[in-house]
Design a binder for this molecule. Structure first.
Ligand code: SF4
Length: 338
């Protein structure tokens, strides 16, 4: 369905069907979502995997008209952080999966290769995720990424997971959460008091890349406005120049993007900056390229190392060094993580 790229239109133009596990029916979040989409056709199911893991689904075809699946998560409330993701020096690095899949549709998104379906699974038993996090916190401090396999802030109008986790983290001195997003929907959490235990992490990309490869996401300008407001309100904000894509004229695009960013964003108020070159599990990439033939960035002659594909080492180093040189004009070295 057509979209004007706003979160509102994205969450309003989809979800003609809602599949609901019988055991999920009575949860307040299920009731909230069903109430939000009164015209959606409801289908009761036994287990979300019956629908989500069905064979022969076409991810990109489903992306045009995503449906919702409401489920109760029974195990794996926490996962150990992937070695492909930066841990920012934290020893106990975890992520969770409150929602599977994303309202956006970036060309390079690994979810297309990881999941059999583009439908969005929402786990309605958030309290169980919180309880497991508390259990882990009793043993050691935690750095927890809550928006990895989705974009939670873009979905905040449907279920306010961001608000809940920010409020939960506020009282946990040993917990640091990262909320990663491309959304400009900062206003959905702007009423909350900033918490030092929370990092709002925005992905920043050149506008040309957003238009071509980060479909449906807010423009650079709108992201920067959201970032500016969050900093002004006193939040810890991280900028993520990740994934860097090696496209034609990448140098001039990223240089202009960095200049535009720091014309608007006060560098001294940033928590930190993350830089990462495109990389992906090689099995995911091979699954994606079988079904997505219209995106040239996926067909680069990548180098494969230990099951991960990325640009050849010299090109990776060239890109990282280019970004570092540009970023260091505005920021202290110590704030930049690779
Ligand atoms: S915003 Fe992130 S999770 Fe969502 S489609 Fe893009 S890369 Fe995937």
């Amino acid at each position: 369905m057509p979209s004007n790229g706003s979160e509102k239109s994205l969450v309003n133009n989809h979800f003609s069907h809602i599949y609901i596990e019988k055991q999920a029916l009575e949860y307040p979040d299920s009731k909230r979502i069903v109430h939000k989409y009164p015209n959606a056709i409801r289908v009761l199911i036994g287990d979300y995997k019956e629908v989500f893991n069905r064979p022969h689904q076409r991810f990109q075809f489903q992306k045009r008209s995503m449906n919702l699946i409401l489920a109760v998560k029974k195990d794996n409330f926490l996962y150990s952080g992937s070695t492909q993701a930066p841990d920012f020096g934290h020893r106990h690095f975890y992520y969770n999966s409150l929602i599977m899949n994303c309202v956006y549709n970036c060309d390079y998104c690994y979810l297309q290769g990881m999941y059999p379906s583009a439908n969005i699974v929402v786990f309605v038993n958030n309290d169980d995720f919180i309880a497991e996090t508390k259990r882990q916190l009793a043993a050691h401090p935690m750095y927890l990424c809550i928006s990895y396999d989705t974009d939670l802030l873009a979905f905040e109008k449907v279920v306010p997971f961001c608000s809940r986790w920010i409020e939960f983290a506020r009282d946990q001195s040993d917990l640091k959460i990262e909320l990663r997003t491309k959304s400009s929907n900062y206003k959905a959490i702007a009423h909350l008091k900033p918490s030092t235990n929370v990092i709002l992490a925005w992905t920043v990309s050149p506008q040309e890349i957003i238009e071509k490869y980060e479909k449906e996401t807010p423009s650079l300008k709108r992201r920067l406005e959201a970032i500016g407001s969050a900093i002004k309100d006193g939040w810890n904000v991280r900028l993520c120049f990740d994934p860097l894509l090696r496209v034609d004229r990448w140098q001039s695009m990223y240089a202009a993007c960095i200049d535009q960013t720091f014309r608007l964003i006060p560098a001294d108020k940033l928590h930190d900056i993350s830089v990462g070159v495109f990389r992906m599990n090689s099995d995911y990439l091979s699954r994606i390229t079988k079904q997505r033939t219209n995106s040239e960035i996926l067909y680069y002659p990548f180098e494969k190392t230990d099951g991960t594909v990325s640009y050849p080492q010299m090109e990776r180093e060239e890109m990282t060094q280019f970004l570092l040189t540009k970023l260091e004009k505005y920021n202290e070295k110590e704030k930049i993580f690779i």
